[in-house]
Structures are given as C-alpha cells and as structure tokens.
Design a protein around this ligand. Structure first.
Ligand code: SAM
Ligand code: SF4
Length: 326
C-alpha cells in the first residue's frame, strides 16, 4: 500500500503515453513553439508495462491512460492491451478524434468508461479552442462509444467569455443522451495565460443551471473529484470539478507518470521522481515510488492554497498540462 504522511492511500495511477497531440487547445498547450519530447525520451511500451506493474504490486487498482493525446501514439493499441492484463480498472482520457480506430481494442481491454474532452457544442468555437477542425468526428465518436455501451464522461473546461453561454446547452444535451458532463474549473499551468477572472466557478456554474433547471446532488464515492448532480428525468448527469474553489486534496488517491517517465505525486507538484532513468539503470523503483508518495504535500503540490483570486499563475512552478498528462 502506498500511504502518505496524511494517511491518504494511493491506488490510482494516471499514465501519460505522450506529450504529443493532434489538437492545440490553448489552455493546455503553450502557444510558443512547443517541442514534443523525442521518442527515445519517452517510456517505451515494455517500460510502461514494467513500471505500471510495479505500481500494481504496490496496491494500484485503477489506471488511466492519458497524454497529450494517448491515441496518437503509434503503439497505443499494444500499450492498452498490455496494461489491460493487470487486475485494474482501466480507463482513458482522450480528445475523441481517433476513437473510431480503437473500438476493437477498447472492447478487448474491457474498458467500461472513457473521458472525452469537448468544450463546446459549436463547431466554429471548437476550431478556435483546438485550432483544428474536428468537431464532427469527436461528436460522432462520443455517440459511437454510447452505442458500444461504454459510459462517456465529457470533460468541459468552463471559462468565462468562452463557453459560459453554453452551460445550459450542455445540460439540455443530457436530457435524452446518457452522457455525464463534467465542467472543470480552469486551472493554471505553465504557459496557459491563466488569470483568475477567467475561472467560471462551481457556484457560478450552478447559478447558470438554476435559471432553467432544478437538479439534485448525487451521492459521490470516496476519492471523487467531481460534485455530481442530476436533473430529474434526464438520461444523463452532470458534475463540477472545483479544483480552484474547493479542492479535494484531503481524499486524493492519485499519482501521475509523465510520458518521459517522471512520477508526480500531485498535478501541481514541482518535484518529480525520475523513475524511467532509474528503471533503465536497473535500480529499485519501488523505493523511489514510496519516497515520492511520502513526500506528497498536503494540498495543491504545496504551491498554493486559499483564495484562487489572489493567485498569480507565474508563481507556480510546473510543466504545461500537455507535458504533465491530464
Ligand atoms: N488529450 C486528451 C484530452 O484532451 O482529453 C487527454 C489529455 S488532456 C491534458 C486531459 C484533460 O485536461 C482534458 O479534459 C483537458 O480539457 C483538461 N485540461 C487541460 N488543460 C486544462 C486546464 N488548464 N484547466 C482545466 N483542465 C484542463
Ligand atoms: Fe491535446 Fe487534450 Fe491538451 Fe487539447 S487538452 S491540446 S486535446 S492534450
């Protein structure tokens, strides 16, 4: 078991397969010339399997593959199959553009739930946010997953002046479509020009929804990051991930592995543990994993706390989101 000094048990590992992506979401990928890590610096498929296996031995029972865009990696299929052999709940966060090429492996890997990112229901706005013209493909692929019987969680980064005027459209979508829409408060990362006045808060999102819908809270599970709700009678549900206004650090069970094999004990940690170099040198990574967990800060990587409105993003030392793995 991986327990830290605040008595939090860590059983959930998020593995980034690549820092590469076929979209260019402005809040995730820095605008200035971003250099993708060369493939030799990335964990190779057999290294991912071995390192993930060590985490499983230490008590991990849930693994999420993410990125960058995990499905642009050429050997994504092989990696999904290899990780699926572990006794874990396996899941994926994807931008949805390539899902139609992976239905077979998703079925074989027994993946029951997938997070797909979609910040707008307007194709033109999709182009502005992602700088690519893929709305229709993502939209079709979300429905393809539903037809396949896979639970779809739609990640929406909620931002003032960007998509606050679409919150009600997303709720309307849940009327007849069994999707779980998750509004995520905009978070600060290196190069993403975060300012507090762009954050659409949990309370503000609920206030918008209240203007047209009555809704009820749903009971959460331990370690949930999302506050869940349902509009009675709707086929789908919605949730808010309130990292900025009400973080959920006290029940955090998550660890991250970047595509270049560095362990991060928190999304906001500035310290990283280089597992890949140690693994390649034949060192004992079990000890390094334990050490990283035991060094975990009480909240938000020890980098900020309190009122997000007082936060200056340039004071936070971290990678960009695309290089961490969301
Ligand atoms: N490419 C995949 C995707 O888009 O789902 C996986 C990686 S992406 C980094 C994971 C999630 O992080 C996405 O849902 C994305 O919207 C979210 N994300 C990225 N930058 C963010 C930010 N600054 N604040 C909040 N969420 C962010
Ligand atoms: Fe790519 Fe996902 Fe980041 Fe968008 S959010 S740039 S799809 S990694």
């Amino acid at each position: 078991m991986l327990t830290d000094k605040y008595n939090r048990t860590h059983n959930y590992l998020r593995i980034s397969l690549t820092d590469n992506c076929n979209l260019r979401c402005f809040y995730c990928m820095p605008e200035e010339d971003y250099k993708f890590a060369p493939s030799s610096k990335l964990m190779q498929a057999d290294e991912i399997e071995a390192i993930a296996g060590t985490f499983v031995k230490l008590g991990v029972n849930k693994i999420r593959l993410t990125g960058g865009e995990p499905l642009v990696r050429k050997d994504a299929d092989k990696i999904i199959r290899s990780v699926a052999k572990f006794p874990v709940t396996l899941t994926l966060t994807t931008n949805g553009t390539r899902l139609h090429e992976f239905t077979g492996v998703l079925r074989d890997a027994n993946i029951k739930s997938i997070n797909v990112s979609l910040d707008t229901l307007d194709p033109e706005k999709f182009n502005l946010i992602t700088r690519r013209n893929n709305f229709e493909r993502v939209w079709q692929n979300i429905h393809l997953l539903i037809e396949e019987g896979i639970h779809v969680k739609v990640n929406v980064v909620a931002m003032k002046g960007l998509n606050d005027n679409e919150i009600l459209d997303f709720i309307k979508w849940t009327k007849d479509t069994p999707v779980h829409v998750r509004f995520i408060e905009f978070m600060p990362f290196s190069g993403n020009k975060w300012t507090s006045n762009k954050v659409l808060t949990w309370q503000q999102i609920l206030q918008i929804i209240e203007t047209e819908y009555s809704f009820l809270p749903l009971r959460g599970e331990a370690n949930d990051t999302a506050k869940k709700y349902i509009v009675p009678g709707h086929a789908g549900t919605f949730a808010i991930i309130s990292t900025m206004t009400s973080p959920f650090c006290s029940t955090c069970n998550r660890m991250r592995l970047t595509a270049d094999g560095k362990m991060k004990n928190c999304l906001f940690s500035k310290d990283e543990m280089d597992l890949l170099t140690a693994f390649r040198a034949g060192e004992d990574i079990e000890m390094l994993i334990r050490q990283s967990v035991s060094n975990k800060a009480k909240e938000l990587g020890g980098q900020f706390s309190g009122n997000f409105e007082d936060l200056h993003s340039e004071e936070i030392e971290n990678r960009s989101m695309i290089a961490i793995g969301g």
